[in-house]
Design a protein around this ligand. Sequence first.
Ligand code: FES
Length: 158
Amino acid sequence: MDLKEGSLSLEPLDNILASIPDAGDCDLIPILQKIQEAYGYLPPSVLAATSDRTGIAASRIYGVATFYEQFYLEPHGRHTIKCCRGTACHVKSGRDIIRAISRALGVQEGETTDDMRFTFETVACLGTCFLAPVMMVNDDYYGHLAPNKVKDILERYD
Ligand code: FES
């Protein structure tokens, strides 16, 4: 599928909407989940078409899409790295982990690698301060991390 905005096929969207007859407001989250599954993110042109085809207001669609962290409005990598920048991690040199990730991938916080392999995010706390410093790749936790381990860990993800 061509992922250039503006030239995206609406066929996946039509298939999604065909599977949810009379889609309305209360179907919005499952619809957005399926769109993201099909396109890898929520492209604006597809959201506009969703509004046209279902009659759900675009403002409502964007309200939901921006409220939930699970939704991405920009192309997202196949794997998501979340590195903690919270206090417990910070005092255990968490900043060095963040730098090591940036160095290994050639991207800054909030960016996606050109090959769409990783999106690199930082978060205020991963809720596992006892593992500080810690990062997650998708659903995997890597705790008591050292900067020199980062590259090897990331190589496990295609
Ligand atoms: S501060 Fe890093 S996991 Fe809580």
